[in-house]
Design a protein around this ligand. Structure first.
Ligand code: IMP
Ligand code: MG
Length: 187
């Protein structure tokens, strides 16, 4: 499909499924280099709901056997970030003393990432690192300049321009997550 309509908006194809898989294999390679022979295996926290397809594909390519559970944080309403990040569902495996790898679909302003890092540190995590399929560096670095205290995601699949996208887990008001390709807002 070259074009899709969701709610009131039109989107055009941006990243086909085959390319998404290659991006995720690249992330897996970064993680394998870091953790295949490491003395301690990290605990993977898949952020709900958007990172589910990313996590499912990523697990197929890992050469280590991590424990994995979920966490839910929400920062978005419609197509604009609200700046308010709520942690609405805590991990079901204790994070105390663990090396945590947060799995995200996309890092935009970085507010979600910062809130999760802070919260998990407060919960006693030994170390928190971020793995994201996609990254919008323009938005992130703008916030970094403004706040002066953001840490970029440690493992990134692909940097993309500052545009609104849907598909492969990413939603526009909860729709579009099941699309196997990624689409960008067509204006
Ligand atoms: P941040 O807190 O601004 O970095 O936003 C992170 C969250 O916002 C991601 O986990 C996504 O759920 C959502 N998000 C950011 N950009 C997009 C987008 O282009 N489409 C859909 N959701 C997005
Ligand atoms: Mg998300």
């Amino acid at each position: 499909m070259q074009k899709v309509s969701i709610h009131d908006k039109n989107f055009r194809l941006m990243i086909p499924h085959s390319e998404i898989v290659e991006i995720i294999k690249g992330v897996a390679q970064q993680l394998n280099t870091e953790y295949e022979h490491a003395p301690k295996t990290p605990l993977l926290l898949c952020t709900l709901t958007g990172a589910l397809p990313f996590a499912a594909e990523l697990l197929k390519h890992l050469k280590f056997d991590p424990e994995i559970t979920t966490i839910k944080a929400s920062s978005y309403e419609g197509t604009k970030t609200t700046g308010h990040v709520k942690i609405t569902s805590a991990p079901t495996i204790p994070v105390d003393g663990q090396d945590i790898l947060i799995l995200e679909d996309i890092v935009d302003t970085g507010f979600t990432l910062e809130a999760l890092r802070r919260e998990l540190k407060e919960m006693g995590a030994a170390n928190v690192r971020m793995v994201t399929m996609l990254f919008k560096p323009d938005n992130f670095h703008r916030q970094e300049l403004l706040t002066g205290k953001m840490t970029a995601p440690e493992f990134v699949g692909k940097a993309i321009p500052n545009e609104f996208i849907v598909g492969f887990g990413l939603d526009y008001d909860e729709k579009g997550r099941a699309l196997k390709d990624i689409y960008v807002l067509d204006e």
